[in-house]
Design a protein. Structure first.
Lengths: 361, 998
């Protein structure tokens, strides 16, 4: 649950009530009633501050603009030194030095990034795409939800030097209720699919596009031309808003049910995502496999779901695999993670990166 | 993505690629799909076959083949060779005529279309006026006579196709000389046949559909004789000396007519209904062949009693008291007789009857007693029983080759020993570089061994697995053993038999070890047979074992077919491959993968439920592994339930097809039958496109999951001696890949040879790899320390391969439908990969390692992957770096069966089915290229022409004498004699020049 989910719910801004109730509400919403957790929030300056009494809870609610980002951590993992002024922006600076210029232009972007939430979708490359297009990234990894949409052939009208021309295109034809695609709210029926993971679909058949999407299903990036163009990002506001507020303005423009992350996106990231194949050594009874697999994938998701520290992973891995995993393997596993700067920097780059092959016994 | 935008432009590599790779479709093997016309040139000794798709194929001596394709893709209706020329004329169903010629180009002959022509009537005339029904290329080689539906006979000049309007033979002109009482304008409708007088080129016989036959004098433009039959005419044939001709009719009768000089309206000599007295079907074509002994051969097509044998496709041969009706399993398209082509010879002396049936070519030896069939060296009917799989083995050792041939020759004793009678042209292609075998598995449980070394795909040996099993229809269905006085005297000929007794017998996988002669075949009902080559007949018991692939999983019920029942006790097997082990999978699902290791004496097999390993030395099942996901009901229940679930979607798609067919027909307004089908097909795509807007086809976008159906389906099995456990010790291993993207690796312990029978083979699962993208695994390969694929079993033992490098680190290549991925061994960590589907939207259908040699230097060769995708493209991908080298479009992506049937060879060639009966052969290599290269000589064409021109002039200068009309009756006899004499001289002259030329 940690670093894996995020929920949105509303509170009456002017009558926030007691912290005690809020705490219960949080536990209830996240179905973690039996855990001790630490609740924090991001204030106007991007600092991570704790919520542990009625006063700072009230402060947090009143300062929310309009969203209050609440971070929930397990009590025993909270690094109290993290709280305080500028904690988030300090991390962000480290990040800026590593990332490219695109990012530097809009450094406040990360303020709104929920570090220990796993995103399910995001709009990316807003700055390089035409306003009429939207590039959506779906993070299916570790998520039990099906992608849940259908595509079809169709015709779209293009403006060409010879006037308007009908050309064949691929469109979203149906959304599965409760599926990932529907729940993001970023894709809709009759949206025209223009690209799949950076590759144009023009000239490709429905079956080819289907195969491409399925092949990329662990990290699907679809560029669409939404059928409903009213929710488009308005470029002027984005340009002027050099602060993290742009995120929220986008959000309000979309009036979507789920939050999403505006993230700068480098094409190389498409390449860098690695699906790790699972190698199981030794003879195993076939009926163990599904179980083992789900275990492995969940541990993977924890590794890669943006988390605040390695301890979390270690704890979880150890908890789940107690008695089944030798220390050596864990060490291997962790060392492989440490070699990746992204992990040590705790940057949630999409949350689906996996490196190396995970070996379990 | 970026690496595709900037492909490595290493000029050295680019140059090398040009020396290594080249794509060519080289030759079509097998029998042309939907043949529609047949032609033969006794002069060239070449046969031509036209098809409904507009292809024209010429065949001569083995290896002499030409192919042409009419641009219009219309049905070829008729083929006529121009006498004594390397030219032929085709008539298509769109009424167009095409002139083709064989010309030498670059040392070899080529078939090329020279001219095309459509006969045009005067404006406003109905299309039937110019609808060509009969074509006669005149022996002068200057003109074509075209009989039409309207009864007009047009004359066109060759090769220009200029209509000589003044020479048109109109019905009016014909009727002028014929008494009105028994003929009218309607008698001259539709020209059914045109035949040139065998001795006098100035006379042609015109047969009209309504039984009026006219002998026409071309010089004087008038009818010399007319003959009036009582039944609708089908065809005509001249006797060799021109004194008689024979006509055949719609009612199944044939009539002989004398051509005498004294009376202008002849009465028939003889009128026979060979299969009377009950109503008979039409005799559509007839030959009258004279022989030295006086008894003629009368050979005709059809004429069977309508009620009882009307459905037979027969050709009858009558010679004295001998009479046989050859009974074909498919419709007879056309036939011809090979007879003495020497114009000076007195008799025809027919030697062979060549019959083109819809599904096969049958040649009957008319010289040997009993008229046995001749084994054709080409045009084999690959689809005698539907092809279910194929397997190619390159570079067969001579010893095995000879043993297979000798086993095959024992099967072919009933064939005639006559040399192949169609022997025109000269094959100048270099001898095939090696002996290659193509094995095809068939629906009826047979495996056919084809010599695929050269241009002619030739059947060497046929293996049947039926004998091992008890089937409903026991093979005592000898259709030929009809009683002596059976009438009509039908005799079944040909091999085409599309009916399978039991679909469970179908062969699905074949693996032949060329070094040991071990053969493993696996079939539809989970049967796996291991066979050994034995040069003698033998009777023995086949060891039988069962492999329960579900092991102890409870609660499953197989709803598919039952397993095959086996025969108890010893079974007699003929010389050849004889089974000694039978493993039956339980449930008896179709075997989806097969591997044989002849050195370790192990056979591995997989189905949709799991896989197993069998020790065929000790005849013991080593292990089975169930790969089935517990929730996968579909795979469990077998093919039947799957059909049920597909039913609805199938019904819908059929409905859609039917709707579009109907709509396309409406638009056309109904025309020719064959063309309709084709045009409907051509418009089909368009219709589909249009319909997409009406009822869009949807595709679900969903990631694969472990719960998907058929994830346990075993797609590939592979034996390797490699480092599976640790990097210091290598051991035998078995690898299996499934539809769900899982790879299982088993470590095997095979006892050394001296204790092979005493100790059991042991297996232990060592690794299981789950590919994250879960795409079906279609290929597994281990590369040795030098990144060379491991050699085949026994290859090293036979000194045909370097032993693999067991020092360096081995690598594992896993090919899924979506990606190529190289892992290190023994620690399976991903090293590099190539994503195909994610980037291009295509999927791997077939993959093989192929060796490519450079055409420039003999000492360079490399191993690459040859890949066929679901879009029909062929890609070559380098090893071990997985770089795309080159891509060729090969098969249309709609041609699903073509893509499914593709098989690659070890040296960069390949085969795929372009129709149920034809393999297209292609080559990706610059070095290994098997294509026809042949020369058809025209003996002394110029002098020949000269002679003929002279004779033509002579004829032309012979002006009609005055008062010809009155004296016609008296003079005609003498004139004809004169003409005969004249022509004889000319013919002899031609003959001598021909001989001189040779």
């Amino acid at each position: 649950q940690f670093g894996a989910e995020f929920r949105r719910f509303s509170l009456d801004r002017y009558k926030p009530g007691k912290f005690e109730d809020f705490y219960k509400l949080i536990l209830h919403i996240h179905h973690i009633a039996n855990l001790e957790v630490m609740i924090g929030y991001a204030d106007v300056h991007g600092d991570l501050l704790p919520i542990n009494n009625d006063d700072n809870f009230f402060k947090a609610v009143s300062s929310a603009h309009p969203l209050l980002r609440v971070f929930i951590q397990r009590q025993d993992e909270v690094d109290y030194s993290n709280f305080g002024s500028n904690t988030l922006s300090r991390k962000k600076k480290a990040l800026v030095t590593l990332r490219n210029d695109n990012l530097r232009r809009r450094p406040h972007i990360n303020i709104s990034m929920p570090h220990d939430f796993r995103p399910v979708s995001s709009i990316i490359d807003v700055d390089i795409l035409p306003e009429t297009h939207r590039r959506v990234r779906l993070y299916r990894h570790g998520c039990e939800k099906p992608l849940g949409f259908y595509i079809r052939d169709g015709t779209s009208v293009r403006v060409t030097p010879h006037g308007l021309e009908k050309v064949p295109g691929i469109f979203i034809s149906r959304m599965v209720p409760g599926g990932l695609a529907e729940s993001t709210g970023l894709l809709a029926v009759n949206d025209e699919v223009l690209e799949v993971n950076g590759i144009e679909v023009a000239g490709k058949t429905l079956d080819q596009v289907t195969d491409m999407m399925i092949a990329n299903s662990h990290n699907l990036i679809i560029t669409v031309k939404p059928a409903n163009q009213r929710n488009n990002i308005i470029r002027s506001s984005r340009m002027s808003g050099s602060s993290g507020q742009s995120t929220d303005s986008t959000a309000s423009h979309h009036s979507l049910s789920t939050s999403h992350v505006l993230q700068n996106f480098h094409p190389d990231e498409m390449e860098s995502d690695e699906e790790a194949d699972i190698v199981i050594e030794g003879g195993l009874e076939p009926q163990h496999i599904p179980k083992l697999h789900s275990l492995t994938s969940s541990s993977l998701s924890r590794i890669n779901g943006s988390s605040l520290s390695h301890r979390l992973q270690r704890d979880l891995v150890l908890n789940n695999n107690s008695g089944r995993e030798s220390n050596g393997n864990i060490h291997k596993l962790l060392s492989s993670l440490k070699t990746d700067p992204r992990h040590s920097l705790v940057i949630p780059r999409g949350g689906i990166e996996e490196d190396g092959t995970v070996i379990t016994l | 993505m970026r690496r595709f935008l900037r492909p490595g432009h290493d000029p050295v590599r680019e140059r090398l690629k040009r020396d290594l790779f080249q794509f060519n479709k080289t030759v079509e093997h097998g029998f042309p799909h939907q043949p529609s016309a047949l032609g033969y040139s006794p002069f060239l000794r070449l046969m031509a076959i036209g098809t409904r798709s507009g292809a024209i194929k010429l065949y001569g001596a083995p290896g002499v083949e030409f192919m042409g394709l009419h641009e219009e893709n219309n049905t070829v209706m008729q083929i006529h060779f121009i006498p004594d020329q390397c030219q032929l004329v085709t008539l298509l169903d769109d009424n167009s005529l095409h002139l083709w010629s064989l010309k030498q180009h670059g040392g070899a002959s080529e078939l090329r279309e020279e001219h095309r022509f459509t006969l045009k009537g005067p404006p406003g005339s109905p299309p039937s006026a110019t609808q060509v029904t009969a074509v006669l290329p005149h022996s002068s080689r200057e003109v074509l006579y075209l009989g039409t539906e309207s009864g007009n006979i047009f004359v066109v000049e060759l090769p220009s196709f200029r209509v000589l309007e003044d020479r048109t033979i109109t019905p009016e002109a014909v009727l002028q000389r014929i008494p009105e009482d028994n003929c009218n304008r309607r008698s001259c409708e539709l020209v059914e046949a045109l035949r040139e007088h065998p001795k006098n080129p100035d006379q042609i016989l015109i047969g009209y559909s309504r039984a009026l036959i006219v002998l026409w004098d071309l010089q004087n433009n008038k009818a010399i004789h007319h003959f009036l039959g009582s039944q609708q005419l089908e065809n005509l044939y001249w006797q060799r000396d021109g004194s008689k001709f024979i006509s055949c009719h719609y009612d199944g009768s044939y009539t002989q007519w004398p051509v005498s000089s004294d009376n202008r309206q002849s009465e028939p000599l003889e009128n026979t209904v060979p299969y009377g007295p009950f109503p008979c079907k039409a005799i559509s074509k007839i030959y009258w062949q004279t022989t030295k002994n006086g008894l003629p051969y009368i050979i005709f097509q059809g004429g069977m009693p309508r009620a009882s044998y009307g459905d037979r496709h027969s050709i009858s041969v009558i010679h004295g008291s001998q009479q046989t009706a050859f009974d074909f399993t498919s419709r007879v398209i056309d036939f011809f007789i090979i007879f003495s082509s020497d114009p000076a010879a007195e008799f025809d002396d027919p030697s062979a009857l060549v019959v083109l049936a819809e599904e096969e070519l049958v040649v009957i030896d008319l010289k040997s007693a009993g008229w046995p069939a001749v084994h054709p060296p080409y045009l084999a009917s690959l689809h005698c029983s539907a092809i279910t799989c194929s397997h190619h083995v390159s570079n067969i050792p001579l010893k095995l080759w000879e043993r297979i041939i000798s086993a095959g020759s024992k099967q072919n004793i009933h064939y005639s020993s006559m040399p192949w009678p169609i022997d025109g042209g000269t094959n100048i292609a270099p001898d095939p570089p090696q002996r290659d075998l193509l094995l095809t598995g068939h629906e009826d449980g047979t495996v056919r061994f084809w010599d695929a070394s050269g241009v002619c795909l030739h059947l060497l040996y046929k293996l049947s697995t039926v004998r091992v099993f008890l089937t409903d229809a026991d093979p005592n269905d000898n259709m030929n053993t009809l009683g002596e006085d059976e009438w009509p005297p039908l005799r079944k000929v040909g091999t085409f038999d599309p009916y399978s007794d039991d679909p469970r017998l179908g062969i699905q996988k074949i693996y032949l070890c060329k070094y040991s002669g071990y053969l493993a075949v696996a079939g539809t009902a989970g049967q796996v047979l291991v066979m050994e080559l034995n040069d003698e007949d033998a009777e023995h018991v086949v060891d039988h074992a069962e492999a329960d692939l579900l092991q102890d999983q409870e609660g499953y019920r197989w709803k598919g077919h039952e397993k095959l029942k086996t025969r108890d006790g010893p079974v007699r097997f003929e010389a050849g491959f004889q089974p000694f082990v039978l493993v039956q999978c339980q449930p008896p699902a179709v075997v989806t993968s097969l591997a044989l290791h002849s050195e370790w004496k192990l056979v591995a097999f997989g189905t949709s439920h799991g896989f197993g390993l069998f020790d065929h030395q000790q005849k013991r099942l080593v292990f089975v592994k169930c790969t089935l996901h517990p929730s996968d009901q579909l795979a469990l229940e077998g093919p039947l339930s799957r059909v049920k679930s597909l039913k609805k979607s199938l019904r819908q798609s059929f409905r859609r097809i039917r709707r579009s067919r109907v709509s396309s027909r409406k638009r056309r307004g109904g025309a020719g039958n064959a063309s309709e089908v084709q045009e409907a097909n051509a418009k089909f795509d368009q219709d589909v496109l249009q319909e997409m807007e009406l009822a869009p086809v949807q595709r679900k976008i969903e990631a694969r999951s472990a719960e998907d159906s058929f994830t346990g389906f075993v797609r590939t099995l592979y034996f390797a001696d490699t480092f599976l456990r640790d990097s210091s010790r290598h051991c035998p291993s078995l690898w299996a890949g499934t539809n769900g993207g899982t790879v299982y690796a088993f470590c095997l312990r095979v006892p050394p040879a001296e204790r092979r029978m005493d100790e059991p083979v042991r297996a232990e699962q060592a690794k299981e790899i789950q590919l994250m993208h879960r795409a079906p695994v279609v290929g597994i390969l281990v590369l040795d320390g030098r990144s060379t694929p491991l050699p085949e079993p026994l290859e090293v033992a036979h000194d045909l391969s370097k032993s693999p490098d067991m020092q360096g680190s081995h690598q594992l290549l896993v090919v899924s439908e979506e990606q190529f991925k190289v892992f290190t061994l023994p620690k399976v960590s991903s090293k590099l990969k190539l994503k195909l589907t994610a980037l291009e939207g295509c999927r791997v259908r077939k993959v093989t390692v192929a060796n490519f040699g450079s055409c420039k230097t003999d000492d360079y060769s490399e191993n690459d992957l040859a890949v066929l995708t679901n879009l029909g493209d062929i890609q070559i991908i380098s090893l071990p770096f997985l770089k795309l080298q080159i891509r060729y479009p090969c098969i249309r992506k709609e041609d699903v069966s073509g893509i499914a049937s593709c098989v690659f060879t070890k040296y960069g060639q390949g085969f795929y089915l372009i129709s149920p009966s034809e393999f297209e052969r292609f080559s990706l290599s610059t070095k290994w290229l098997v294509e026809p290269r042949c020369i058809v000589d025209i003996p002394e064409l110029t002098s020949n022409n000269h002679v003929h021109n002279e004779s033509g002039k002579e004829n032309a200068s012979r002006k009609p004498s005055p008062g010809d009309c009155e004296e016609d009756e008296r003079k005609s006899g003498r004139l004809m004699e004169h003409a005969l004499l004249n022509d004889e001289k000319v013919l002899k002259e031609i003959q001598s020049t021909l001989e001189g030329g040779r």
